[in-house]
Design a protein around this ligand. Structure first.
Ligand code: ADP
Length: 496
């Protein structure tokens, strides 16, 4: 038996999962690390803590798995995307804290870019819109605020990397400065068509290309771990992908039109759009899913701000449920009602894009009970997912085949059945909900030849449950009509 170690470097914790060649988890370890909030809207991590927590859990998972290092075939890295680190090329010493994807400090730079009329240009080249999420303006902020950095960058003394590059650099002790196409496509510096750093954008932003990592396929040889890292062994690192793209791969969404939805605090949806990026002005992002050899897969990405968060609201603010899973029981016993909940706590994203929208509860009667509100809140997660999926279908002209689901709230059977009814498509829930780690395990395993091809992976997948639509179109129309009317009443609620 051979094994693959997946390093999953997330926003709040570092995790490591050891998989065997059947794709089953042998052991895992997890460690949280410090979140730094220096100012309202700013978020930082300590680069050394990202590394030390990641390597600690890697060693823990290996130890717990009890395997011989000789049997560890490969390592894969998946990571929080867009987070930006600059470090010294010679010493490997970080020059500032990691600026986390959530950090809003570079928003003024994005406003500047918009004012200069560059939004369409940047979207066409990178698939992204000027936003503080993406790495480019985080680099600009560092150049402007850390004395001497821009000059040192020009002199070739410093390097930039997203978290995957930082981990790879440290695993190889500075031998390899590289990233993969999926992470590169989140920087706003990467040309989606050419699959290379965009020289014009770099010039426009005055970012020297020398600081950027080499961009490689998601699956293939990146380098060997330095002998001191894992007791003398040199393990090949053969897979890298950003967390959402890794999840798309882990869900085996290999064909055009296949889509995954992760139901967490928010929802993250990615649709495989095939060999061409879909770039439209509707608020969805175009991104690279993966590249392996000659095969390139692009994806459309959309997100929902409040999904599982609305279930937390039922639990913590309203006190209607003891815990998130019990929402299922209440929803099942609620029966039909006309109650609609729109959890627009922080505005509404795609396809509405209204930051002034606020939440609302509609259709109350004297007979309305808390079960009805619980049920309507779960339903709101499915309605919002449907809105984004419909936009994806419209933008891409591709019809959704079926929806692969994962994330904490996908465990809710009521929610999944309602989603299937609403979409009139089957919903597939795998037994292993760790799609992100599984995805990069597959990429790394394929990269080292542990599995001959992707057909082999299909044989490893264990379905937990398939939810088939049980309602008819008329039912859907009535439901969607109520939802649409409720949303309309929430738009623009907060006065500008
Ligand atoms: P994240 O990665 O965003 O922290 P998770 O994938 O761990 O999220 O999922 C946690 C979210 O899912 C929480 O917001 C929680 O309220 C919700 N959740 C977890 N289990 C259930 C359930 N059985 N039914 C509905 N919501 C759930």
């Amino acid at each position: 038996m051979k094994y693959v170690l997946a390093l999953d470097q997330g926003t709040t914790s570092s995790r490591a999962l050891l998989f065997n060649e059947d794709g089953q988890i042998l052991s895992s370890a997890q460690r949280e690390f410090t979140q730094i909030y220096p100012m309202e809207g700013w978020v930082e991590h300590k680069p050394w803590e990202i590394w030390t927590s990641q390597i600690a859990v890697a060693r823990e998972a290996l130890e717990e798995g009890g395997i011989a290092l000789l049997d560890l075939a490969a390592i894969g890295i998946t990571n929080q995307r867009e987070t930006t680190i600059l470090w010294d090329r010679k010493t490997g010493e970080p020059l500032y804290n990691a600026i986390v994807w959530q950090c809003r400090r570079s928003a003024p730079y994005c406003e500047e870019l918009k004012k200069k009329g560059l939004t369409d240009f940047l979207r066409e080249r990178t698939g992204l819109v000027p936003d503080a999420y993406f790495s480019a303006t985080k680099i600009l902020w560092l150049f402007d605020h850390i004395p001497g950095l821009r000059e040192r960058a020009k002199a070739g003394e410093i390097v930039f990397g997203t978290v995957d590059s930082w981990i790879l650099w440290n695993l190889t002790r500075g031998e390899v400065h590289a990233t993969d196409v999926s992470n590169a496509s989140r920087t706003m510096l990467f040309n989606l068509d050419m699959l290379a750093w965009d020289k014009e954008i770099l010039e426009l932003l005055n970012i020297p290309q020398e600081i950027l990592p080499e961009v490689r396929d998601c699956s293939g040889f990146f380098g060997l771990t330095h002998p001191e890292i894992f007791g003398g062994a040199q393990i090949p690192i053969t897979g890298i992908a950003g967390d959402q793209q890794a999840a798309l791969f882990g869900q085996l969404c290999f064909d055009q039109g296949m889509t995954k939805n992760t139901y967490g605090t928010g929802c993250f949806m990615l649709m495989n759009t095939g060999a061409k990026p879909v770039i439209k002005n509707s608020g969805l992002l175009a991104t690279v899913g993966w590249k392996i050899g000659d095969e390139i897969c692009y994806a459309l990405e959309g997100s929902i701000f409040n999904a599982g968060a609305a279930v937390q609201w039922l639990r913590d603010e309203l006190g209607f449920i003891e815990d998130a899973p019990s929402s299922e029981h209440y929803a099942m016993m609620a029966g039909e009602s006309g109650v609609v909940v729109v959890p627009a706590f922080t505005g509404l994203g795609a396809p509405y894009w209204d930051m002034y929208a606020r939440g609302g509860i509609f259709g109350l009667t004297r007979g309305s009970r808390k079960e009805h509100l619980i049920k309507a809140t779960l339903e709101s997660i499915a309605f919002q997912s449907r809105d984004v999926l419909h936009l994806m279908q419209k933008d891409s002209g591709i019809e959704l085949k079926g929806l692969m689901v994962d994330g904490g709230a996908s465990a809710n059977n009521f929610l999944m059945q309602f989603q299937a009814d609403l979409l009139q498509k089957p919903i597939y829930r795998p037994k292993n909900l760790e799609s992100t780690a599984l995805g990069v395990c597959y990429l790394a395993g394929l990269g080292v030849g542990l599995w001959k091809d992707r057909e082999k992976l299909k044989g490893l997948k264990i379905e937990d449950r398939v939810f088939l639509p049980q309602k008819d179109c008329q039912w859907v129309e009535k439901k969607v009509d109520l939802w649409d009317r409720a949303v309309q009443r929430c738009l623009g609620w907060e006065e500008k």
